[in-house]
Design a protein around this ligand. Structure first.
Ligand code: SAM
Length: 341
């Protein structure tokens, strides 16, 4: 038996090229759906290769469009590809592919933002979280307009081990606008370090695989694109704090990115309770005068835990929203007087 690495790629019967499919079915790109197609097989193969070995894999592909990446996934030996595409105009071309690879392509017309991936594949593919990742992948040349909300949604599902992560540490290989890709992968103390870096890196090992110049897409977008591979961590770098709480802390502190982290953190608490802000920094042992983008993951971990501890002690804090109009703000408990508690 040949090993996966020496086996030739799985051939598909002759098919019209992707360019021909687009022409044949008059699939003119719709801007509102961020439709930018890849016709170059070398590039679609390279994206799929970034996912790792797909021999016998179960893949969910986001936004297959005319099916260029889908073909590369099938050629790489995937056992099954579930393609989730909102635009039904692509069904005819995708059905050609399904006929060429019988039983291996499932076409789903749905919105990826609401599609429940926990139902997409057989549950017996699930493996223990602590072991190797399952042979389940998410791959997609994402529509730009949904890529950031989508990755945040998947990161939350990852933290809760729901959706695509009911199978275990499902890996993701996705494209993003170059700037978004840089933010996701930025290490501490770099100019691109942002909310997306912390949220992605506390839950995943992230790898920037390669860049695709905008000119490789049809039609050409105004930006270049980056491919990112995410492997969920067995143990998140922030543990024991709910995802939404981590997100709130990170969002507020990064709100004033260029200022001392104390400035953004102040928005987590009402000005009437300066003791809470002080508590946050004493409990976390973080220097309040460093900038948000300089904080290490261990410092974010300590800040998230300190905030969570304060919320446990004074539960009203988690509902505090500094942006809420005055009349919407509830009565803020005053500073406890010593000896009263
Ligand atoms: N995979 C194809 C390729 O690489 O040539 C097309 C990629 S194109 C950038 C994004 C695709 O996602 C389009 O086919 C578009 O119709 C689809 N799409 C956009 N919004 C979507 C959504 N919310 N759910 C599912 N598919 C969506």
């Amino acid at each position: 038996i040949k090993s996966a690495s020496t086996r030739p790629p799985m051939r598909l019967p002759p098919l019209p090229t992707i360019r021909e499919i687009v022409k044949l079915y008059r699939l003119n790109a719709v801007k509102q759906l961020s439709q930018n197609f890849l016709f170059d097989t070398n590039l679609t193969d390279k994206i799929v290769k970034s996912a790792g070995n797909l021999e016998g894999a179960y893949v969910c592909e986001v936004g297959p469009g005319p099916g260029g990446i889908t073909r590369s996934i099938l050629k790489a030996g995937a056992a099954k590809v579930v393609v989730v595409e909102l635009d039904k105009r692509f069904n005819a071309g995708l059905r050609l592919l399904s006929a060429a690879a019988p039983g291996r392509v499932d076409i789903v017309n749905d919105d990826i933002l609401t599609y429940n991936m926990a139902k997409a594949l057989p549950l017996d593919l699930a493996v223990p979280w602590e072991g190797d990742p399952p042979n389940v992948h998410i791959i997609g040349n994402l529509p730009f307009n949904v890529s950031t909300p989508l990755i945040i949604r998947w990161l939350e599902a990852l933290a809760l081990r729901t959706g695509p992560f009911v199978y275990g540490r499902t890996q993701l290989t996705l494209t993003f606008q170059k700037e978004v890709c840089e933010r996701i992968c930025a290490p501490p103390r770099t100019s691109q370090r942002s909310r997306l870096s912390i949220m992605s890196q506390y839950l995943c090992q992230v790898k920037h695989c390669f860049r695709i110049p905008g000119k490789c897409f049809v039609p050409k977008p105004d930006v270049d694109v980056g491919v990112v591979h995410f492997t969920p961590l067995v143990r998140p770098r922030i543990q024991g704090v709910p995802f939404k709480t981590v997100e709130k802390v990170v969002k507020h502190i990064f709100h004033l990115r260029g200022k001392y982290c104390r400035k953004g953190a102040a928005e987590l608490f009402p000005p009437e309770r300066p003791d809470l802000l002080e508590n946050l920094f004493t409990m976390s042992e973080v220097d309040p005068t460093i900038r948000p983008w300089q904080l290490t993951m261990s410092e974010w971990d300590r800040l998230a835990h300190a905030y969570w501890d304060i919320c446990q002690r004074e539960p009203w804090v988690s509902n505090y929203d500094f942006r809420a109009p005055k009349w919407e703000k509830f009565e803020i408990p005053t500073l406890p007087v010593t000896g009263e508690r």
